[in-house]
Design a protein around this ligand. Structure first.
Ligand SMILES: [Zn+2]
Ligand SMILES: [Zn+2]
Length: 323
């Protein structure tokens, strides 16, 4: 601990500030790495071993946990407003219809890569971004709708390119002091920031990602004033593509509008892998462009995925109902 007279308290000595759009778990790992310990040891260090706090890595980034927030604000100069920005709940009204806690959480689960109750989270990243300056992991990469990095024109990935296992920077070593631990090193020893895709993402994928990023950052787009309704419709449309191709008549129509559909994705939307999403979401985005023409042409008269999605917004559903 060192005493900082400006803020009149003792803080952890090797403080680092969060970087733009950084995810909480990424920041706390970098902070703990600086102190050569695991995040769990760093957080529990000031509790003198009285009822230690256990960290659940599967939902650590979703919403701030009061005990952990309290310890961090006591031991670092970070302001509470800066700290809450590191969590996914900070997206708030830009991804939800009603800005109430249950809705925010529901939307986050909907827009999170996995259903945290059923499966372990997978860290998604742009290897090129990790190779620039100080490596850290971004909040926006964790959303279902994120598939490419527009700055690097690179595909996002969710596994180690060397051992093919899900990548995690979370260091849960509870015993020894860490020496030279790097946030980009996989357990197999591979440095994921050294990896580069041999091919770049397509113009449609970049257009898609730019449009989604705009929608989430601004809370609206040219379809709707409520960005969440568009995101809901996008994932609904992507799910419908799987249904559409079951009947050859509909499949032909879809191929007329979008000729390159290769489709073998059978799992429900909360189980889509990153590569399923990289394949389906740009097509759904393309079908929603020139609205409502492509949707009206391609969608079958009967569609029945609503149970998975609840109520669809009227601006979308009326185009399907009145034909
Ligand atoms: Zn990038
Ligand atoms: Zn590996």
């Amino acid at each position: 601990m060192i005493y900082i007279s400006k803020i009149r308290r003792n803080i952890w000595p090797l403080y680092v500030h969060p970087l733009p759009d950084e995810l909480f778990s990424s920041w706390i790992c970098r902070l703990a790495n600086n102190h050569r310990v695991s995040p769990e040891i760093l957080i529990n260090e000031s509790l003198n071993k009285k009822s230690p706090i256990k960290i659940n890595i599967n939902n650590i980034d979703i919403e701030p946990e009061p005990n952990i927030i309290d310890i961090i604000t006591k031991n670092t100069p970070i302001k509470i407003e800066e700290l809450t920005k590191l969590f996914l709940t900070d997206y708030e009204s830009n991804i939800v219809e009603n800005n109430i806690p249950e809705e925010i959480l529901f939307s986050l689960l909907f827009l999170n890569i996995n259903d945290p109750k059923k499966s372990k989270r997978r860290i998604v990243f742009c290897p090129n971004c990790l190779a620039k300056g100080t490596p850290y992991f971004r909040k926006k990469w964790m959303l279902t709708t994120s598939i490419v990095c527009c700055e690097c024109k690179s595909y996002l990935i969710d596994h180690c390119p060397s051992c093919y296992k899900p990548f995690s920077y979370w260091n849960s070593n509870k015993n020894s002091i860490q020496i030279n631990y790097s946030i980009t090193t996989c357990k197999c020893g591979c440095d994921i920031s050294k990896f580069s895709f041999p091919f770049r993402s397509s113009k449609l994928e970049i257009d898609y990602q730019n449009y989604i990023d705009f929608t989430i950052n601004n809370g609206f787009n040219d379809h709707t004033q409520y960005s969440f309704t568009y995101l809901n419709v996008l994932i609904f449309t992507a799910s419908m593509i799987k249904n559409i191709i079951k009947a050859s008549r509909n499949k032909k129509k879809l191929f007329k509008v979008y000729p390159d559909v290769i489709m073998d994705i059978k799992v429900p939307s909360n189980k889509w892998t990153l590569s399923d999403r990289q394949h389906l979401l740009p097509i759904a985005f393309y079908l929603l462009q020139d609205f409502p023409n492509r949707i009206r042409y391609v969608f079958p008269k009967k569609y029945n995925l609503k149970r998975e999605f609840g109520q669809l917004p009227y601006w979308f559903e009326k185009e399907l109902l009145y034909r």
